[in-house]
Write a protein that binds this ligand. Sequence first.
Ligand SMILES: [Zn+2]
Length: 293
Amino acid sequence: MKKIEACPLCGNNDFVSVRKAPYYRGKQEIFNIDSCTSCGFWFTNPQPEGAGLAAYYESEDYVSHTDGTGSLLDIVYNWVRNYALNKKLSIVESAVRNKNTLLDYGAGTGAFLARAKEKSWSVTGVEPSEVARKNAKLKGVDLLSVENRNVVKDGSCSAISLWHVLEHLPDLKESMLYFNAKLERDGVLFVAVPNHQSYDAEYYRDQWAALDVPLHLWHFSKTDIANLALATGFSLEKVYNMPFDSYYVSLLSEKIRASSMGPLKAMYRGFVSNLKGGNTKNMSSLIYQLRKS
Ligand SMILES: [Zn+2]
């Protein structure tokens, strides 16, 4: 386990514990989340690393590496994902100035890139899981391993996307600098991450599924993303709500609580969260549009 001694955003070394959350995908374990007393950034602390961290991804529950098995949650997940693919692509296309190369980092089974390819993008992707890379190949999408990520040339991408990926990357600032280097001038980085200031996050507290410890190493607010962007050569241009994530995360959270009538309660919480977060751009998950500055 790696103990974080200095805040990855501001360098301060004074933290306060804000959550004690369960690992819900396998054997019950509790992980601590600290908040920096200076800038307010939340991070899992301590964090598993290397093979220890990789072992937490081997759970059968980790649907992002496969295309699901057919449970109700998998069906909802896949349905939402399909809807979201089109929305994400339209967000990307409305922001970029050149439609050249799209890099999807943490591409999973390649669904987003396959859709982008249909829309005439030249696509490239990076994905650590070999199983996921093989699944992507079946869709006609070739993905690079993390070790080979520098095959992508500096300044060659008009857009880079990270759909629920940044919160998983151990080297936060280094990764952001890598994305900055790979983007062309005026290129755009799209980052989707959970928002711990949403209503559903406050409501479910330690059992909020999007804390997803220890797979999620970092837990972002809008302020954190703005700070991170500034420190790594980006400007935060726009924030989008992801309304379906509120329902999906509430469903998982009710599952962690082992609630009776969980799906019904989840629908209600998701609805309330979206109502409260709609105008203020404060839903369960947000997409950030960051332009290389
Ligand atoms: Zn800090």
